[in-house]
Structures are given as structure tokens and as C-alpha cells.
Ligand binder design. Structure first.
Ligand code: GLY
Ligand code: MN
Ligand code: MN
Length: 560
């Protein structure tokens, strides 16, 4: 990959400054007498690497080149339509605004992250930004959503955009700060590797992002002025809250503005910011109907991805790094039909299966073993599924595998039945754990009674199920993770919530407390559940999991 950017040009100037600074420093008397003298060549090589600039560019600088590059292009309009999510963001913003009346809320998308040097990871906007803007894959590095407080007496007329006229927050104006397009009329067109459309193709600017989201857009250059307006310590001054983790540059800007305005209690500021993060996580717990639709798409795409893996399984058995063959099949499908995988795909065969976060996926898949696969497609709107299935590699469960698998399936069903409207995550957990403890006891593995193991003082059964067995699911695989304990684990499960139920049994290869034949077996069955007024619904019920269904699915896929 080649690159030539505005950053590069700036770096060249910095290089000259760097050399001068270095020369001055070396002539200073406090340099150690022990230090060897520095030749001119060495002096050059002692420049800090960050001052050296891009050592690969041969980019032309002449004025005639600059003029030549901004002429003779036909317009390349970026064609965009309103996103379906834009019907839903006004009510989400209104809820957020009502919680933080009179305050300025700052929610960055985040920046591109370097993988190495000038090669970046694919951009995924921060989840909170996605939720409140409705933007999905790719959009938009460096953007910042601001909820600007309206004055209390202001009559609310709504914005010009009909999507926001009726339902936009009565308390705030939503403002989306973005980088303007670097199209062919600008020098950045060919100079900025990050935004220049010569490099990255047409991208949405202010007008396009307004069309997509329905939110009023502004040039990112004006962000600081807008953030700092009327911030202070006086009774009616504006307070700022920022989603701290999303973009360190924006967070630093907010902290600086606070300092300048006398709001210098960093612990207090941090606590205010935490409440914003917490509230937004709790707001996302109940999904609207748009989100439910996107989640179903993610589940269906994941079903397809599992079938692709089963089709690839025959050629993955017995070969080195066969687990990677399946990972590749799933991940390729995720890229084809969605944005990507929602988390690192786990393909864990044989003794890898009891390793909860096995993501190296470099094992050989062996005939006769079980194969645990935990994978989810993240669709373009960035909602993800989270599904686990456990397969007999050769297509048929042995009697022992069957017995253990059925126990996990029974535990999952118990969790599902416990998950009624008004129940809590605790209820799901205890229902699942009781079934697992009963089976472990019946098999002679549990060293204490079922009741003792289930008591807080016992918990011996958790040796074989140390992880959680249910979690919220949505834009993040472990969605709403910043919610308070009392609203998550102890919170009532309400219609619109989407969560997993994912019991398992994990017998490590070196577990001397279980019979030899159990060692190296790991089983998890994980499905995605939508709570409705009528009770829980399996969103992933089409993905086979009963023993006979799994065997039939494998047989069919093997013939594809
Ligand atoms: N795939 C992560 C989980 O199941 O929680
Ligand atoms: Mn899960
Ligand atoms: Mn999972």
C-alpha cells in the first residue's frame, strides 16, 4: 500500500525543526563527557523516528502539479438515502436529552486505529455513537455527536428535517460534527490518505450525513467553539459530559474546556461522564422494533454461516489447522452478508472446547471428537448475533457425548422457562445451574449434595461452568455492559430485551476429578432470545440443536 497525505507534508516540516532542536541540544554543556562524539551522519540518524516523516514518499510538490490535480475531474456525487434507523434516532435522542437537561452531551464516533505504521484497522464506530446517530458500518471516523441544551424558555419547533420535527428532544438540539468532503475541488482530495476521495473513494460529507441520519451536521472545525460556549461554574452555566473512552482527542478537548472554565475537579468530572456511559448502556437494554429486525437478520446470517462451516467440515477434518478452515468459512460469509463478525470466532475442537475463549483456532479437528463453535455475524447496522453449537465431528454423537449434550440442552430449556417477563438474570442463572448440578451429581462427579453445591458457600459445580450463562445482546456482543449491577443482573427482564442463554459443561483435559472419558470435552449451546409480552421467544430457533436435528443438518451440509 502506498500513502501520501497531509500528515506527511506536515511531518517533513517537523523533520527540519527536529534536526535544529537536536543540534542545539547537543551543543549544551551538560552532555555527558562519557558520551562519544556525534558525527554528522550519526546526528541525522539520531532524529527521533516520529520526526523523520515518511521515508517512502516521492510525492511532487510543485504548484503546477497542485493545480493540475484539482482540475479536469467530473463531479463524483456521493449518492445516499435516509437510513432506516433515522426514523428511530429522534426518540432515542429525546430519552437521552430528558436525563441530562441543561447539559451538553458529547458522544464521539472514535478515530481510525493504526494496525501498524500507516495501515489502519477497518473502522467500527463506537457503539454509543451508533445507537444515537443510527450510523452503521464505516461511518464516520472522527465524527462527534453533540446534544446541545436548549434554553428552558425556548419554544420547541423542531428542525427542518421532518424525521425530527415531531419527536426530537424538547431539551436539546442534536448536532453531528463531521469532516467535510475532501472531493476533487480540494487539495486534500489527493493529499489526505484519511479523507481524500482520490484515495478512499467518495465519502459522505455534511449534506450526505444529514440526509442519512436526519441530524443537523456541522464542520468538525467548529467543534471546540460549540463545546466551550457558556461552560462555567455559575448556577446557569452549561456542564459537559463526554463518553470518555471513544476518542481520546475529544476527551482531552472537553477536559481542557472544563479546566479553563474552572471545572477542575477531575474525579467529579469523571463520575459525571461515567453516569452518561451507564445511562446510555441501560437505555439500550430494551430494543425498539427496528433493532429487533436487525437482530433477526444477524441471527439468520449466522445460521447461514454455520451451514457454510458444516459444508467445509469434511475437508477440515484431520488436516493441520483445520479449525482455521471453519473460521475462514464463517468469517467470509460474515463479510459477504454483513459488516464482519461481531466478536472473534471460536472454533474449538476436542480438548480446545473447554477453553472458554479459544480463539487461536489453530488445532486439528479429529474424527470422534466434539467441536464447539461460537460465532456471530454483525450486520451492516452493527447488530450482532451470538450463537454456539457443539457438533460431533463425524456427524454422530457417541452415547457419552449424547448424555452430556442432552444435559446442557436440558439446562438451557430450564433457563428459557425461567426467563418470563418480570424475572431477573439471576432467575435464569439459578435455573440453569440447578439442572447442571443435578446432572453432575447423578454422574457421581459433584463431591457434595446438589443443595450444598447450589448454596452460596458451595458452588462446586461452577468448576465445570465458570462463566455466565446469559447476557444482553445487541450492538455489542456483551451489550449494555456498563449498566449498573442492579439494573443488569438484578434488573427485571422486560419485553424488548434480547439476551443469550448459553449453558455449558467444560471438562478440562487435565481435570483429575472427572472420569477419564469426560476429560477434554467441552459443550456449549447458546441461543438468542427476545422477551415479548407473551414470554420469551427463541430468535435462533431455526438453527438446529436437538441431537437428531444436528446430525441431520450435518449430513445434509456434508453433501453440499
Ligand atoms: N461469544 C461470547 C459469548 O458467548 O459471550
Ligand atoms: Mn454469549
Ligand atoms: Mn457466544
Amino acid at each position: 500500500m502506498i500513502s501520501y497525505s497531509l500528515k506527511t507534508m506536515v511531518a517533513h516540516k517537523a523533520t527540519k525543526r527536529g534536526i535544529m532542536a537536536l543540534s542545539q541540544h547537543q551543543s549544551m554543556p551538560q552532555a555527558s563527557a562519557q558520551q562519544p562524539t556525534v558525527s554528522d551522519d550519526e546526528e541525522l540518524s539520531m532524529q527521533s523516528i516520529s520526526d523523520r516523516g515518511n521515508n517512502r514518499t516521492l510525492a511532487p510538490h510543485s504548484d503546477s502539479f497542485k493545480n493540475f490535480m484539482t482540475q479536469g475531474w467530473d463531479d463524483e456525487h456521493s449518492q445516499v438515502q435516509p437510513l432506516p434507523s433515522s426514523e428511530w434516532t429522534p426518540s432515542r435522542l429525546a430519552t437521552l436529552g430528558k436525563r441530562f437537561i441543561g447539559e451538553r452531551i458529547v458522544i464521539p464516533a472514535g478515530q481510525l486505529k493504526a494496525r501498524n505504521n500507516d495501515c489502519d484497522y477497518a473502522f467500527r464506530p463506537d457503539t454509543t455513537f451508533v445507537y444515537y446517530t443510527g450510523l452503521g458500518e464505516d461511518f464516520e471516523p472522527g465524527a462527534v455527536l453533540v446534544l446541545n441544551p436548549r434554553m428552558p424558555q425556548t419554544t420547541v419547533t423542531g428542525t427542518a428535517d421532518p424525521r425530527h420535527t415531531q419527536v426530537e428532544s424538547a431539551t436539546h438540539d442534536a448536532m453531528l460534527f463531521v469532516h467535510p468532503r475532501a472531493d476533487q475541488s480540494t487539495q486534500d482530495y489527493y493529499r489526505s490518505a484519511q479523507f481524500g476521495e482520490y484515495w478512499i473513494g467518495p465519502r459522505p460529507g455534511l449534506q450526505e450525513l444529514h440526509t442519512m441520519t436526519g441530524i443537523a451536521t456541522y464542520d468538525i472545525a467548529s467543534l471546540r467553539d460549540v463545546l466551550s460556549k457558556d461552560v462555567g461554574t455559575e448556577a446557569h452555566a452549561v456542564q459537559l459530559r463526554v463518553l470518555r473512552h471513544a476518542d481520546s482527542e475529544v476527551t482531552a478537548m472537553v477536559d481542557e474546556i472544563r479546566q479553563e472554565a474552572g471545572l477542575d475537579d477531575t474525579a467529579h468530572n469523571g463520575a459525571m461522564d461515567d453516569r452518561l456511559y451507564e445511562f446510555s448502556a441501560e437505555q439500550r437494554m430494551v430494543k425498539d422494533s427496528y433493532e429487533i429486525g436487525e437482530m433477526q437478520r444477524a441471527v439468520d446470517a449466522t445460521h447461514e454461516g454455520f451451514t457454510r462451516m458444516l459444508e467445509a467440515l469434511p475437508r477440515a477434518i484431520g488436516v493441520e489447522r483445520g479449525e482455521r478452515i471453519l473460521e475462514g468459512a464463517f468469517n467470509a460469509n460474515a463479510r459477504e452478508v454483513g459488516n464482519d463478525v461481531g466478536y472473534g470466532t471460536i472454533v474449538a475442537s476436542g480438548a480446545h472446547a473447554p477453553i472458554l475463549h479459544w480463539m487461536r483456532n489453530n488445532g486439528t479437528i479429529t474424527n470422534g471428537d466434539l467441536l464447539l463453535i461460537d460465532a456471530g455475524v454483525e450486520v451492516n447496522s452493527l447488530y450482532t448475533a451470538d450463537i454456539t453449537r457443539t457438533f460431533p465431528v463425524n456427524g454422530h454423537f457417541t452415547p457419552l457425548q449424547r448424555k452430556l449434550y442432552q444435559a446442557v440442552l436440558d439446562a438451557q430449556q430450564a433457563g428459557f422457562e425461567a426467563a418470563q417477563p418480570g424475572a431477573t438474570y439471576h432467575d435464569i442463572h439459578f435455573a440453569v445451574m440447578r439442572v447442571l448440578a443435578e446432572h453432575l451429581h447423578a454422574w457421581g462427579i459433584l463431591p457434595v449434595s446438589v443443595e450444598e453445591s447450589l448454596s452460596p458457600e458451595g458452588q462446586q459445580h461452577r468448576r465445570w461452568h465458570a462463566c455466565g450463562c446469559a447476557h444482553h445482546l445487541g450492538l455489542d456482543v456483551h451489550d449494555c455492559a456498563q449498566a449498573r449491577y442492579e439494573s443488569y443482573q438484578e434488573g427485571v427482564i422486560r419485553p424488548g430485551m434480547i439476551f443469550t442463554i448459553e449453558p455449558g459443561l467444560y471438562f478440562k483435559e487435565n481435570d483429575l476429578l472427572v472420569p477419564q472419558e469426560y476429560r477434554g470435552i467441552g459443550i456449549r449451546i447458546e441461543d438468542d432470545v427476545l422477551m415479548t409480552e407473551q414470554g420469551p421467544q427463541w430468535m435462533s430457533k431455526a438453527i438446529p440443536k436437538e441431537i437428531d436435528e444436528v446430525e441431520a443438518w450435518m449430513a445434509q451440509a456434508a453433501q453440499a
